[in-house]
Design a protein around this ligand. Sequence first.
Ligand SMILES: NC(=O)c1ccc[n+]([C@@H]2O[C@H](COP(=O)([O-])OP(=O)(O)OC[C@H]3O[C@@H](n4cnc5c(N)ncnc54)[C@H](OP(=O)(O)O)[C@@H]3O)[C@@H](O)[C@H]2O)c1
Length: 327
Amino acid sequence: MGWSTAPVDHVALTALETGYTAGVRLFDTADVYGHGRSERLVGELVAQVPRGDIVLVSKVGYFTGTAKHGYSPGHMRRQLEQTLENLRTDHLDIYFLHHNEFGPEDRWLPGAVEAMRTFQGEGLIRAVGMRGPHRFAPERLHANPGIRSDKVTRFRELFEVVRPQVLAVRDNLLTPAERSTGLFEFATHHQVGVLINKVLGQGLLAGGYDRKHPVVFSDGDHRLRKRWFTPPARALIEEGLSRIREVIGPAPTEPLELVRVMVWAALSRSQNAVALTGFTSPGQVRMNVAALAMGPPSSAVLDTAREIMSSVAARLDAEGEVFIDER
Ligand SMILES: NC(=O)c1ccc[n+]([C@@H]2O[C@H](COP(=O)([O-])OP(=O)(O)OC[C@H]3O[C@@H](n4cnc5c(N)ncnc54)[C@H](OP(=O)(O)O)[C@@H]3O)[C@@H](O)[C@H]2O)c1
Protein backbone atom coordinates (compact mmCIF):
# COMPACT_ATOMS: atom_id res chain seq x y z
CA MET A 1 0.00 0.00 0.00
CA GLY A 2 2.82 2.33 -0.86
CA TRP A 3 5.26 4.25 1.23
CA SER A 4 5.21 8.07 1.41
CA THR A 5 2.86 7.87 -1.58
CA ALA A 6 0.47 5.64 0.41
CA PRO A 7 -3.18 6.60 0.01
CA VAL A 8 -5.48 7.66 2.83
CA ASP A 9 -7.37 4.83 4.54
CA HIS A 10 -10.63 4.94 2.59
CA VAL A 11 -8.78 4.95 -0.76
CA ALA A 12 -6.56 2.08 0.36
CA LEU A 13 -9.64 0.11 1.43
CA THR A 14 -11.37 0.83 -1.89
CA ALA A 15 -8.24 -0.47 -3.63
CA LEU A 16 -8.32 -3.67 -1.56
CA GLU A 17 -12.04 -4.12 -2.33
CA THR A 18 -11.35 -3.47 -6.00
CA GLY A 19 -8.76 -6.23 -5.95
CA TYR A 20 -11.07 -8.68 -4.22
CA THR A 21 -13.93 -7.94 -6.64
CA ALA A 22 -11.54 -8.43 -9.56
CA GLY A 23 -10.48 -11.83 -8.21
CA VAL A 24 -7.42 -11.15 -6.04
CA ARG A 25 -7.41 -13.74 -3.27
CA LEU A 26 -3.99 -13.50 -1.60
CA PHE A 27 -3.25 -10.52 0.63
CA ASP A 28 0.30 -10.06 1.91
CA THR A 29 1.02 -7.78 4.85
CA ALA A 30 3.29 -7.60 7.92
CA ASP A 31 3.10 -6.30 11.48
CA VAL A 32 5.69 -3.68 10.61
CA TYR A 33 3.97 -2.29 7.48
CA GLY A 34 2.72 1.07 8.70
CA HIS A 35 3.10 -0.35 12.23
CA GLY A 36 -0.20 -2.19 12.09
CA ARG A 37 -2.01 0.14 9.72
CA SER A 38 -1.62 -2.17 6.73
CA GLU A 39 -2.90 -5.16 8.74
CA ARG A 40 -5.87 -3.19 10.06
CA LEU A 41 -6.84 -2.06 6.55
CA VAL A 42 -6.66 -5.61 5.25
CA GLY A 43 -8.72 -6.56 8.33
CA GLU A 44 -11.48 -4.25 7.12
CA LEU A 45 -11.65 -6.24 3.91
CA VAL A 46 -11.48 -9.55 5.81
CA ALA A 47 -14.55 -8.49 7.80
CA GLN A 48 -16.54 -8.12 4.55
CA VAL A 49 -15.68 -11.37 2.75
CA PRO A 50 -15.88 -15.10 3.50
CA ARG A 51 -12.66 -15.96 5.33
CA GLY A 52 -12.26 -19.19 3.41
CA ASP A 53 -12.18 -17.24 0.16
CA ILE A 54 -8.88 -15.55 0.87
CA VAL A 55 -5.29 -16.38 1.70
CA LEU A 56 -3.90 -14.15 4.45
CA VAL A 57 -0.16 -13.63 4.84
CA SER A 58 1.60 -11.69 7.56
CA LYS A 59 5.09 -11.51 9.02
CA VAL A 60 6.95 -11.07 12.29
CA GLY A 61 10.52 -10.15 13.17
CA TYR A 62 11.31 -6.54 12.36
CA PHE A 63 9.05 -4.87 14.89
CA THR A 64 10.63 -5.56 18.27
CA GLY A 65 8.68 -3.23 20.57
CA THR A 66 10.33 -3.54 23.98
CA ALA A 67 11.37 -7.17 23.47
CA LYS A 68 15.03 -8.12 23.46
CA HIS A 69 14.74 -9.50 19.93
CA GLY A 70 12.03 -9.69 17.28
CA TYR A 71 12.16 -13.48 17.50
CA SER A 72 11.82 -13.75 21.26
CA PRO A 73 9.11 -16.45 21.51
CA GLY A 74 6.93 -14.48 23.95
CA HIS A 75 7.10 -11.45 21.69
CA MET A 76 6.25 -13.57 18.65
CA ARG A 77 3.13 -14.86 20.36
CA ARG A 78 2.03 -11.38 21.39
CA GLN A 79 2.68 -10.09 17.87
CA LEU A 80 0.71 -12.94 16.36
CA GLU A 81 -2.21 -12.22 18.70
CA GLN A 82 -2.11 -8.56 17.67
CA THR A 83 -1.83 -9.49 14.00
CA LEU A 84 -4.88 -11.76 14.24
CA GLU A 85 -6.81 -8.99 15.98
CA ASN A 86 -5.72 -6.45 13.36
CA LEU A 87 -6.68 -8.78 10.53
CA ARG A 88 -9.96 -9.74 12.21
CA THR A 89 -9.32 -13.43 11.87
CA ASP A 90 -8.54 -16.45 14.01
CA HIS A 91 -5.78 -17.82 11.81
CA LEU A 92 -3.23 -16.91 9.14
CA ASP A 93 -2.64 -18.97 6.05
CA ILE A 94 1.06 -18.12 5.96
CA TYR A 95 3.16 -16.58 8.72
CA PHE A 96 6.61 -15.40 7.70
CA LEU A 97 9.83 -15.03 9.61
CA HIS A 98 10.33 -11.61 8.04
CA HIS A 99 14.15 -11.66 8.13
CA ASN A 100 16.93 -14.13 8.68
CA GLU A 101 18.89 -12.45 11.46
CA PHE A 102 18.58 -14.60 14.55
CA GLY A 103 21.15 -12.91 16.78
CA PRO A 104 24.68 -13.99 17.78
CA GLU A 105 25.18 -17.69 17.01
CA ASP A 106 21.55 -17.83 15.96
CA ARG A 107 20.53 -17.63 19.60
CA TRP A 108 16.92 -16.88 18.75
CA LEU A 109 16.55 -19.41 15.95
CA PRO A 110 15.48 -22.57 17.85
CA GLY A 111 12.90 -20.64 19.89
CA ALA A 112 11.51 -18.93 16.79
CA VAL A 113 11.15 -22.24 14.93
CA GLU A 114 9.55 -23.88 17.96
CA ALA A 115 7.15 -20.94 18.30
CA MET A 116 6.12 -21.33 14.65
CA ARG A 117 5.56 -25.07 15.09
CA THR A 118 3.48 -24.41 18.20
CA PHE A 119 1.36 -21.82 16.36
CA GLN A 120 0.82 -24.38 13.60
CA GLY A 121 -0.14 -27.05 16.12
CA GLU A 122 -2.64 -24.66 17.69
CA GLY A 123 -4.19 -23.91 14.30
CA LEU A 124 -3.22 -20.23 14.52
CA ILE A 125 -1.18 -20.44 11.35
CA ARG A 126 -1.33 -22.91 8.48
CA ALA A 127 2.08 -22.52 6.85
CA VAL A 128 5.46 -21.06 7.75
CA GLY A 129 7.32 -18.76 5.40
CA MET A 130 10.89 -17.56 5.26
CA ARG A 131 12.79 -15.24 3.02
CA GLY A 132 15.10 -16.47 0.28
CA PRO A 133 18.63 -15.22 -0.27
CA HIS A 134 18.98 -12.21 -2.49
CA ARG A 135 21.60 -13.80 -4.68
CA PHE A 136 20.76 -17.14 -6.15
CA ALA A 137 23.57 -18.83 -8.02
CA PRO A 138 22.35 -22.34 -8.89
CA GLU A 139 25.72 -23.97 -8.32
CA ARG A 140 25.77 -22.58 -4.81
CA LEU A 141 22.36 -24.00 -4.07
CA HIS A 142 23.72 -27.40 -4.99
CA ALA A 143 27.02 -27.06 -3.11
CA ASN A 144 27.46 -28.95 0.14
CA PRO A 145 26.16 -26.92 3.06
CA GLY A 146 28.91 -25.46 5.23
CA ILE A 147 31.52 -25.19 2.46
CA ARG A 148 30.92 -21.52 1.75
CA SER A 149 29.77 -19.07 4.33
CA ASP A 150 27.95 -16.92 1.79
CA LYS A 151 24.32 -15.87 1.75
CA VAL A 152 23.11 -18.87 -0.19
CA THR A 153 24.85 -21.41 2.02
CA ARG A 154 23.46 -19.60 5.01
CA PHE A 155 20.01 -19.75 3.42
CA ARG A 156 20.33 -23.50 2.82
CA GLU A 157 21.32 -24.08 6.44
CA LEU A 158 18.43 -22.01 7.73
CA PHE A 159 16.03 -23.69 5.32
CA GLU A 160 16.93 -27.08 6.83
CA VAL A 161 16.13 -25.81 10.32
CA VAL A 162 13.03 -23.74 9.57
CA ARG A 163 11.60 -26.16 6.97
CA PRO A 164 9.19 -23.55 5.59
CA GLN A 165 6.33 -24.29 3.24
CA VAL A 166 6.70 -20.95 1.44
CA LEU A 167 9.60 -18.70 0.44
CA ALA A 168 9.57 -14.95 -0.23
CA VAL A 169 11.80 -13.92 -3.11
CA ARG A 170 12.50 -10.65 -4.85
CA ASP A 171 12.52 -11.01 -8.60
CA ASN A 172 11.93 -8.83 -11.61
CA LEU A 173 13.42 -8.14 -15.03
CA LEU A 174 16.42 -6.44 -13.43
CA THR A 175 17.29 -9.54 -11.42
CA PRO A 176 19.84 -11.50 -13.45
CA ALA A 177 17.97 -14.64 -14.51
CA GLU A 178 20.78 -17.00 -13.55
CA ARG A 179 20.67 -15.69 -9.98
CA SER A 180 17.06 -16.48 -9.36
CA THR A 181 16.52 -19.57 -11.51
CA GLY A 182 18.41 -21.70 -8.99
CA LEU A 183 16.13 -20.65 -6.20
CA PHE A 184 12.96 -21.42 -8.14
CA GLU A 185 14.40 -24.84 -8.99
CA PHE A 186 15.26 -25.32 -5.34
CA ALA A 187 11.70 -24.38 -4.32
CA THR A 188 10.17 -26.78 -6.82
CA HIS A 189 12.53 -29.55 -5.69
CA HIS A 190 11.52 -29.02 -2.06
CA GLN A 191 7.85 -28.53 -2.97
CA VAL A 192 7.59 -25.11 -1.41
CA GLY A 193 5.61 -22.21 -2.82
CA VAL A 194 7.16 -18.85 -3.69
CA LEU A 195 5.79 -15.35 -3.17
CA ILE A 196 7.62 -12.98 -5.51
CA ASN A 197 8.02 -9.36 -4.49
CA LYS A 198 9.50 -6.31 -6.28
CA VAL A 199 7.71 -7.47 -9.44
CA LEU A 200 7.25 -3.82 -10.47
CA GLY A 201 10.62 -2.74 -9.06
CA GLN A 202 8.74 -0.70 -6.46
CA GLY A 203 7.15 1.26 -9.29
CA LEU A 204 10.27 1.81 -11.42
CA LEU A 205 9.33 -0.90 -13.91
CA ALA A 206 5.69 0.17 -14.23
CA GLY A 207 6.80 3.19 -16.24
CA GLY A 208 5.47 5.81 -13.86
CA TYR A 209 8.81 7.47 -13.08
CA ASP A 210 9.82 9.10 -16.31
CA ARG A 211 11.54 12.47 -16.52
CA LYS A 212 8.37 14.18 -17.73
CA HIS A 213 6.50 13.07 -14.59
CA PRO A 214 9.05 13.10 -11.78
CA VAL A 215 7.72 11.61 -8.58
CA VAL A 216 8.61 13.39 -5.37
CA PHE A 217 9.04 11.16 -2.34
CA SER A 218 8.49 12.65 1.10
CA ASP A 219 10.99 12.44 3.95
CA GLY A 220 11.16 8.95 5.37
CA ASP A 221 10.29 7.18 2.10
CA HIS A 222 12.88 4.40 1.86
CA ARG A 223 13.12 4.94 -1.91
CA LEU A 224 15.04 8.18 -1.24
CA ARG A 225 17.91 6.08 0.09
CA LYS A 226 17.97 3.61 -2.78
CA ARG A 227 20.44 4.08 -5.53
CA TRP A 228 18.18 2.80 -8.27
CA PHE A 229 15.81 5.69 -7.61
CA THR A 230 18.55 8.26 -8.31
CA PRO A 231 18.11 10.28 -11.55
CA PRO A 232 21.00 8.55 -13.44
CA ALA A 233 19.65 5.09 -12.56
CA ARG A 234 16.12 6.09 -13.44
CA ALA A 235 17.33 7.41 -16.82
CA LEU A 236 18.96 4.04 -17.62
CA ILE A 237 15.84 2.15 -16.60
CA GLU A 238 13.63 4.50 -18.59
CA GLU A 239 15.79 3.88 -21.66
CA GLY A 240 15.24 0.13 -21.26
CA LEU A 241 11.49 0.57 -20.78
CA SER A 242 11.31 2.69 -23.96
CA ARG A 243 12.92 -0.15 -25.87
CA ILE A 244 10.41 -2.61 -24.41
CA ARG A 245 7.59 -0.26 -25.45
CA GLU A 246 8.92 -0.38 -29.02
CA VAL A 247 8.86 -4.18 -28.91
CA ILE A 248 5.29 -4.17 -27.59
CA GLY A 249 4.31 -1.76 -30.35
CA PRO A 250 2.28 1.44 -30.26
CA ALA A 251 -0.92 0.90 -28.32
CA PRO A 252 -3.20 3.15 -26.26
CA THR A 253 -3.03 0.57 -23.47
CA GLU A 254 0.75 0.86 -23.33
CA PRO A 255 1.20 1.29 -19.49
CA LEU A 256 -1.00 -1.75 -19.08
CA GLU A 257 1.11 -3.65 -21.61
CA LEU A 258 4.27 -2.78 -19.70
CA VAL A 259 2.77 -4.00 -16.42
CA ARG A 260 1.63 -7.13 -18.26
CA VAL A 261 5.24 -7.86 -19.25
CA MET A 262 6.43 -7.39 -15.65
CA VAL A 263 3.71 -9.48 -14.02
CA TRP A 264 4.02 -12.33 -16.48
CA ALA A 265 7.83 -12.26 -16.42
CA ALA A 266 7.54 -12.99 -12.70
CA LEU A 267 4.85 -15.64 -13.08
CA SER A 268 6.78 -17.39 -15.83
CA ARG A 269 9.54 -18.13 -13.32
CA SER A 270 7.70 -21.05 -11.74
CA GLN A 271 4.38 -22.88 -11.62
CA ASN A 272 4.45 -22.50 -7.83
CA ALA A 273 4.88 -18.73 -7.78
CA VAL A 274 2.57 -15.92 -6.74
CA ALA A 275 3.33 -12.41 -8.02
CA LEU A 276 2.71 -9.77 -5.34
CA THR A 277 2.09 -6.26 -6.59
CA GLY A 278 1.98 -3.23 -4.34
CA PHE A 279 -0.33 -0.32 -5.11
CA THR A 280 -1.20 3.22 -4.13
CA SER A 281 -4.56 3.56 -5.87
CA PRO A 282 -7.58 1.50 -6.98
CA GLY A 283 -6.63 2.34 -10.58
CA GLN A 284 -3.26 0.62 -10.17
CA VAL A 285 -4.96 -2.46 -8.74
CA ARG A 286 -7.36 -2.53 -11.69
CA MET A 287 -4.47 -2.24 -14.11
CA ASN A 288 -2.41 -4.93 -12.41
CA VAL A 289 -5.33 -7.37 -12.37
CA ALA A 290 -6.15 -6.53 -16.00
CA ALA A 291 -2.52 -7.25 -16.90
CA LEU A 292 -2.89 -10.67 -15.31
CA ALA A 293 -6.20 -11.34 -17.03
CA MET A 294 -4.70 -10.60 -20.46
CA GLY A 295 -2.53 -13.69 -20.11
CA PRO A 296 1.16 -13.83 -20.91
CA PRO A 297 2.64 -11.80 -23.76
CA SER A 298 4.31 -13.89 -26.49
CA SER A 299 7.50 -15.60 -25.42
CA ALA A 300 9.32 -13.49 -28.04
CA VAL A 301 8.22 -10.30 -26.25
CA LEU A 302 9.12 -11.72 -22.83
CA ASP A 303 12.53 -12.94 -24.01
CA THR A 304 13.36 -9.62 -25.66
CA ALA A 305 12.20 -7.68 -22.59
CA ARG A 306 14.46 -9.87 -20.45
CA GLU A 307 17.42 -9.27 -22.76
CA ILE A 308 16.84 -5.51 -22.77
CA MET A 309 16.56 -5.23 -19.01
CA SER A 310 19.50 -7.52 -18.32
CA SER A 311 21.68 -5.18 -20.37
CA VAL A 312 20.23 -2.29 -18.33
CA ALA A 313 21.06 -4.19 -15.13
CA ALA A 314 24.65 -4.71 -16.36
CA ARG A 315 24.96 -0.97 -17.03
CA LEU A 316 23.50 -0.16 -13.62
CA ASP A 317 26.05 -2.50 -12.07
CA ALA A 318 28.87 -0.92 -14.09
CA GLU A 319 27.86 2.55 -12.98
CA GLY A 320 27.59 1.46 -9.38
CA GLU A 321 23.84 1.99 -9.50
CA VAL A 322 23.22 -1.57 -8.45
CA PHE A 323 19.59 -2.51 -8.61
CA ILE A 324 19.91 -5.42 -6.26
CA ASP A 325 20.67 -3.73 -2.98
CA GLU A 326 22.24 -6.82 -1.45
CA ARG A 327 25.40 -8.10 -3.11
N1 LIG B 1 8.33 -10.86 2.10
C1 LIG B 1 8.93 -9.72 2.13
O1 LIG B 1 9.85 -9.54 2.89
C2 LIG B 1 8.46 -8.63 1.21
C3 LIG B 1 9.38 -7.64 0.85
C4 LIG B 1 8.92 -6.63 0.01
C5 LIG B 1 7.60 -6.60 -0.42
N2 LIG B 1 6.74 -7.58 -0.02
C6 LIG B 1 5.34 -7.56 -0.46
O2 LIG B 1 5.29 -7.20 -1.81
C7 LIG B 1 4.31 -6.14 -1.97
C8 LIG B 1 4.72 -5.29 -3.14
O3 LIG B 1 5.73 -4.37 -2.78
P1 LIG B 1 7.08 -4.26 -3.56
O4 LIG B 1 8.07 -3.61 -2.66
O5 LIG B 1 7.44 -5.59 -4.08
O6 LIG B 1 6.72 -3.22 -4.74
P2 LIG B 1 6.22 -3.45 -6.25
O7 LIG B 1 5.02 -4.31 -6.27
O8 LIG B 1 7.39 -3.81 -7.10
O9 LIG B 1 5.83 -1.93 -6.60
C9 LIG B 1 4.69 -1.37 -6.01
C10 LIG B 1 4.63 0.13 -6.35
O10 LIG B 1 4.58 0.31 -7.76
C11 LIG B 1 3.70 1.38 -8.09
N3 LIG B 1 2.65 0.79 -8.95
C12 LIG B 1 1.87 -0.30 -8.69
N4 LIG B 1 1.04 -0.57 -9.72
C13 LIG B 1 1.29 0.36 -10.67
C14 LIG B 1 0.76 0.61 -11.96
N5 LIG B 1 -0.21 -0.15 -12.48
N6 LIG B 1 1.25 1.66 -12.66
C15 LIG B 1 2.22 2.46 -12.16
N7 LIG B 1 2.78 2.26 -10.93
C16 LIG B 1 2.31 1.22 -10.19
C17 LIG B 1 3.15 1.93 -6.77
O11 LIG B 1 4.02 2.99 -6.28
P3 LIG B 1 3.76 4.56 -6.61
O12 LIG B 1 2.29 4.76 -6.83
O13 LIG B 1 4.32 5.26 -5.40
O14 LIG B 1 4.57 4.81 -7.84
C18 LIG B 1 3.33 0.74 -5.83
O15 LIG B 1 3.45 1.10 -4.48
C19 LIG B 1 4.32 -5.42 -0.63
O16 LIG B 1 3.10 -4.73 -0.42
C20 LIG B 1 4.49 -6.59 0.30
O17 LIG B 1 3.23 -7.16 0.54
C21 LIG B 1 7.16 -8.60 0.77
